[in-house]
Design a binder for this molecule. Structure first.
Ligand code: FAD
Ligand code: SIN
Length: 538
């Protein structure tokens, strides 16, 4: 039996949130980073547009705050919005110092940042590295982490559940002590202990059949926190990105909103613009509006997609500004300079998550959360484009400082090893594959861009049956990665459905035909779910 691995700080996830926290925390102690796939696989790696941050002479913090509040439709926490936005310039400088080469353009006296524009932003303020911002950030941070002798990265280690004093039977105080993690290579479950644990496991796009997210995005952090009794907020607000490439050869490939920022138009199959009649900001309206308009257009026309038209910018410009997207389209036989780009909406971002303050502090002492897994109050009911990388870097920095300041645990607690019981090797993996498909199809068909109570209730009932079946399977067989993913996926899907049912109004990303309007008869509030208060049985 492996003895527990002990570190000062334990980080679950190796995207921007996890890596940045690790680098900062390592100044005060040892750090373990657990990541369920290869270290670079993450939503961060795929980010295209960039990081929103005030930098130009015509922009102000107030304007960025205002744009964020408008997009968030009454649910943002203004003090958190302001704090994160005002910390932005310092963290951009940190990223640049670490080696991130944000794109610049020649100015009269010196090079200037080439700031991009995206939907809902009233000014140009998107720091980007061409159209592959996330790749550059991920690679630069990973390199820094690998060179840091105080940080150890455990690839193919999947956190299964958090270890808490409460679960260990200490009734007087509860606290996170670390986690159990499956070594996906050996199949063994190991114990990782730490004074402070950061959840940086990203989002849950894989809950839906069509998503821009990579396979690792199965909502593990939200599921683990929920099982540990930590409150989860606003899971009904799932952001659908309006423009994912629609092509049989392209799996989940995003066509960045930055294209629309640079003048791309959205056309229907008849070649007509359809957004100008929907919102005065047309193609640059916030994402919920654009995605719903596309969904309606697809349903109205019966045509499977709509089209982006950026042909007039010409080949030279497009190859220079959007090299990744240009070549990805070309591989599918689409020349952006000559052809229309077929696009559809796809699940993209989880606005809700584990409830934290601006320092990433959760309700459970010793547990912190940052990045897409967390709900700080920045995004409210709809995230403004490129605000998530900003949030991840700012909150991780603050969380690292706050956990260092909180100091180590004063006493030693012995943690029991993972109890495998009499679990046998799974012999019917087809059940897992089938249920995985069923959840994702169900969520796409019943809990998508436009919802109804009837469909939500149906989805809820089906998910309860699936959860029962998976629970039986989970406790009867030895753990494997697919089973852990599926267990989390079903739980997170149920949290989305339950949250959606708890909101009898349409607000931001949550659009429900039974209540098509925003309810302004009382102040808006978050939807908070915690284990002890809901019917989801785990
Ligand atoms: P991630 O980067 O997703 O990292 C999560 C990590 O956790 C991964 O390493 C994963 O393997 C690991 N993990 C998950 N579960 C476990 C587990 N159980 N055990 C161990 N490890 C685990 N936002 C912007 O602001 N600007 C953009 O331009 C932008 N473009 C985007 C484009 C695409 C295609 C996508 C998908 C998202 C985009 N976003 C963008 C959103 C943004 O990329 C993410 O919200 C952000 O990168 C999240 O960072 P993170 O560190 O929280 O999570
Ligand atoms: C994009 O490039 O369109 C994605 C930006 C984001 O999700 O913030």
């Amino acid at each position: 039996m492996e003895s527990p691995k002990q570190f000062d700080f334990l980080v679950l996830g190796s995207g921007l949130a996890g890596l940045f926290y690790a680098l900062e925390a390592s100044k005060a102690g040892t750090v373990a980073i657990l990541t369920k796939g290869r270290a670079q696989e993450s939503n961060t790696l795929h980010a295209q547009g960039g990081v929103a941050c005030v930098a130009s002479a015509t922009d102000t913090f107030d304007l960025h705050v205002q744009d964020t509040l408008v997009s968030g439709s009454g649910l943002c926490k203004e003090e958190v919005v302001r704090g994160i936005i005002e910390d932005g310039p310092d963290r951009i400088r940190d990223l640049a110092r670490l080696g991130v080469r944000f794109t610049t353009r020649p100015g009269e006296e010196r090079e200037l940042w080439d700031l991009g524009k995206e939907g809902g932003h009233s000014r140009r303020r998107i720091f980007h590295v061409d159209d592959a911002t996330g790749k550059e950030i991920e690679q630069v941070l990973l390199q820094a982490v690998c060179l840091n002798p105080r940080i150890q990265v455990f690839e193919r280690y999947q956190a299964v559940d958090l270890i808490t004093l409460g679960k260990l039977g200490y009734s007087a105080e509860n606290r996170c002590m670390g986690c159990y993690a499956l070594d996906r290579t050996s199949g063994r479950v190991e114990v990782f202990c730490a004074h402070h644990t950061l959840l940086a496991t990203g989002g849950c796009g894989k809950v839906y059949l069509y998503t821009t997210n990579p396979d690792v995005a199965t909502g593990d952090g939200v599921a683990m926190a929920f099982r540990a009794g930590v409150p989860i907020a606003n899971m009904e607000f799932i952001q659908f990105h309006p423009t994912c490439l629609y092509h049989p050869q392209a799996k989940s490939f995003l066509i960045s909103e930055a294209l629309r920022g640079e003048g791309a138009l959205l056309l229907n199959q008849a070649g007509q613009r359809f957004l100008s009649g929907v919102d005065p900001r047309a193609e640059l309206a916030p994402r919920d509006i654009v995605a719903r308009a596309i969904d309606a257009e697809i349903k109205r026309s019966g045509h499977p997609c709509v089209y982006l038209d950026i042909r007039r910018k010409g080949k030279e410009y497009l190859q220079g500004r959007f090299p990744t997207i240009y070549s990805a389209c070309l591989r599918c036989g689409i020349d952006m300079a000559a052809d229309l780009i077929p696009v559809v909406p796809a699940a993209h971002y989880q606005c809700g998550g584990v409830v934290t303050d601006i320092d990433g502090r959760t309700e459970l002492p010793g547990l912190w959360a940052s990045g897409e897994v967390a709900c700080t109050g920045l995004h409210g009911a709809n995230r403004l484009a490129s605000n998530s990388l900003l949030e991840a870097v700012v909150v991780s920095y603050r969380a690292a400082r706050a956990s260092v300041a909180a100091g180590p645990l004063s006493r030693k607690i012995s943690i029991p090893p993972w109890d495998e019981g009499s679990a046998a090797d799974p012999d019917e993996l087809v059940v897992v594959a089938h249920n995985w498909r069923e959840v994702r199809e169900l969520m796409w068909d019943y809990v998508g861009i436009v919802r109804t109570r009837k469909r939500l209730r149906r989805a809820g009932m089906r998910l309860q049956n699936l959860a029962r079946e998976i629970r039986e399977y989970y406790w009867s067989y030895r753990l494997n990665a697919d089973l852990i993913d599926l267990r989390n996926l079903v739980l997170v899907a149920s949290l989305i459905v339950d949250s959606a049912l708890e909101r009898p109004e349409s607000r931001g990303l949550h659009y429900i035909l039974d209540f098509p309007k925003l309810d302004d008869s009382h102040p808006p509030s978050d939807t908070i779910l915690r284990r002890s208060e809901v019917s989801i049985d785990e």
